[in-house]
Write a protein that binds this ligand. Structure first.
Ligand code: NAI
Ligand code: MG
Length: 502
């Protein structure tokens, strides 16, 4: 498929939305950046400008944090009951559902992913996340304890814990799932009763702005959700270093994750959760159902163009099956139709930006220079837009950059193995620990290997299965804390122990 194919235009609702004068959401109002600066938003398939947005900076972050603080401490939100918070979240899910098509189009135009993938994946999961977390709002509980206090014999106490919202939360999100990352962050924080300053990725600000409009329509009080469009080095850094932000929740690169930890250490030791990079092993054991494992391995790496923190980028295949699996996944790669996200025949869109395109091309060049071989793909494609051919690499060595570093593109390295213990060591031989998968008919062995893999998520005979109830996050340098599930709620509350002398 030609990447220069003209894509159909978006619906009039989407067109109208993109044409608006997009501003920052601070204290319930849409306002220009204090500097008056704006920046362009690019469609990565055509390189056309689709909108311009306000360029928020540290002064805007100051205003947004002040609004969030006021809303948390004294605003109506501080008196909102758990049931009311749950109702608002549920309503937001409903409203999002009414605008599904529009959100899918915004993601296709802004991020580049196929509209159908955005509709079935990002938007559907975002709706579910708001509803799932709506349910938790009324179920956040503490405990009661029976005390012994050995140095106060005979005295009686009543002790219990309160789970209280952590306060003003700065949330910094990436561009690979713009709406869904906003939902993963906002929903648990709102259920817990926090207030928020959301800093969206400069590459993909549009769906969060549209979500901000729905948040207002639903009726969240002013200052509860503030949305800043702007750059990481300025707006993001100002939020991480702000002394009145109680917590930062971040998804993005490990490098920036470390900068956030440093900024917190140098200011107010704010709480931090991090969801960072990955270099996930996907393991096909000799007894695996190959007909299931091959498409599974293709989905593991090519879903979302490989721009997934949990992408199955290191494919370990038993020697017995290696040639067959490499042939199968290469065939699957060559059949992927690469094109604009708005074209109905597109299976895979472009990389999100010129920078990301250059980064992935750089990895491909380095891999090939160091002696790896591309069975299929291996280079960029198309005469405009940031497209990359789906790529399968073989003949890699364990110290190559393409094996050690996160590529974040549609590039998988297939590596043969012989011995099971050596395989587990190789799979764990990475600074990352986000996800892993095993394909086998021996379910008992699948469980055993799952225990030995150092990763926050392990899939057996499947890949990329996400659910609002499943905690997601990293071992090692893939992060701190978990998103989704009740664990996410815990990350937005803190425990207070209250003891009463009876
Ligand atoms: P990034 O980590 O720079 O960007 C993610 C978010 O952090 C964006 O909102 C950005 O504005 C913000 N940010 C950037 N610098 C910041 C700073 N100094 N202080 C506070 N916030 C800051 O990631 P980038 O540059 O877009 O991509 C680089 C690599 O990171 C990718 O190739 C990929 O390997 C990894 N990545 C991982 C993601 C994940 O889902 N875990 C998502 C995006 C990128
Ligand atoms: Mg960056």
């Amino acid at each position: 498929m030609s990447t220069t194919l003209e894509a159909p235009s978006a619906s009039s609702a989407t067109e109208q939305f993109l044409k608006q004068q997009h501003k920052l959401l601070i204290n319930g109002d849409w306002v220009e950046a204090a500097s008056g600066k704006r920046f362009d938003v690019i469609n990565p398939a055509s390189e056309d400008v689709i909108a311009t947005v306000a360029e928020g900076d540290s002064e805007d972050v100051q205003r947004a944090v002040a609004a969030a603080r006021k809303a948390f401490d004294t605003g109506p939100w501080s008196r909102t009951t758990p049931s009311e918070r749950g109702k608002l979240l549920w309503k937001l899910g409903d409203l999002l559902e009414q605008h599904m098509e529009e959100f899918a189009e915004i993601e296709a135009l802004d991020n580049g992913k196929p509209k159908a993938a955005a509709l079935g994946g990002d938007v559907t999961l975002a709706i579910d996340m708001f509803r799932y977390m709506a349910g938790w709002a009324t179920k956040i509980e503490g405990n009661t304890m029976s005390l012994s206090v050995p140095y106060m014999p005979g005295e009686e106490f009543h002790s219990y814990t309160l789970q209280e919202p952590v306060g003003v939360v700065g949330q910094i999100i990436p561009w690979n799932f713009p709406l869904l990352m906003a939902a993963w962050k906002l929903a648990p924080a709102l259920a817990a009763g926090c207030t928020i300053v959301l800093k969206v990725a400069e590459e993909t600000p549009m769906s969060a702005i549209r979500l901000g409009q729905l948040i207002q329509e639903v009726g969240f009080p002013p200052g509860v959700v503030n949305i800043i469009t702007g750059y990481g080095e300025t707006a993001g850094a100002a939020l991480s270093a702000h002394p009145d932000v109680d917590k930062i929740a971040f998804t993005g690169s490990t490098e920036v994750g470390k900068l956030i930890v440093k900024a917190a250490g140098e200011t107010n030791l704010k709480k931090i959760t991090l969801e960072l990079g990955g270099k996930s092993p996907n393991i096909i054991l000799p007894d695996a159902d190959i007909e299931q494992a091959i498409p599974g391995a293709a989905n593991a790496i090519f879903f979302n163009h490989g721009q997934c923190c949990c992408a199955g980028s290191r494919l370990f295949v038993h020697k017995k099956q290696f040639d067959r699996v490499v042939e199968g996944i290469s065939e699957a790669a060559s059949q992927i139709r690469v094109g604009p996200g708005m074209h109905p025949d597109t299976d895979m869109g472009p990389m999100v930006s010129q920078i990301q395109h250059n980064r992935v091309c750089g990895y491909l060049e380095s891999g090939l220079e160091e002696g790896a071989r591309a069975v299929v793909g291996g280079k960029k494609t198309g005469d405009r837009g940031y497209f990359i051919e789906p790529t399968v690499l073989v003949d890699t060595q364990k110290d190559m950059k393409v094996i050690r570093e996160e590529i974040f593109g549609p590039v998988v390295a297939a590596v043969p193995f012989d011995d099971l213990d050596e395989l587990v060591d190789s799979a764990n031989d990475t600074q990352y620990g986000l996800a892993a998968a095993v394909w086998t008919r021996d379910i008992s062995l699948g469980h055993k290997i799952a225990r030995r893999l150092k990763a926050g998520t392990v899939w057996v005979n499947c890949y990329n299965v996400f659910d609002s109830s499943l905690p997601f996050g990293g071992y090692k340098q893939s992060g701190w804390g978990r998103e989704m599930g009740y664990e996410a709620i815990r990350n937005y509350t803190q425990t207070k122990a209250v003891t009463v002398h009876l």
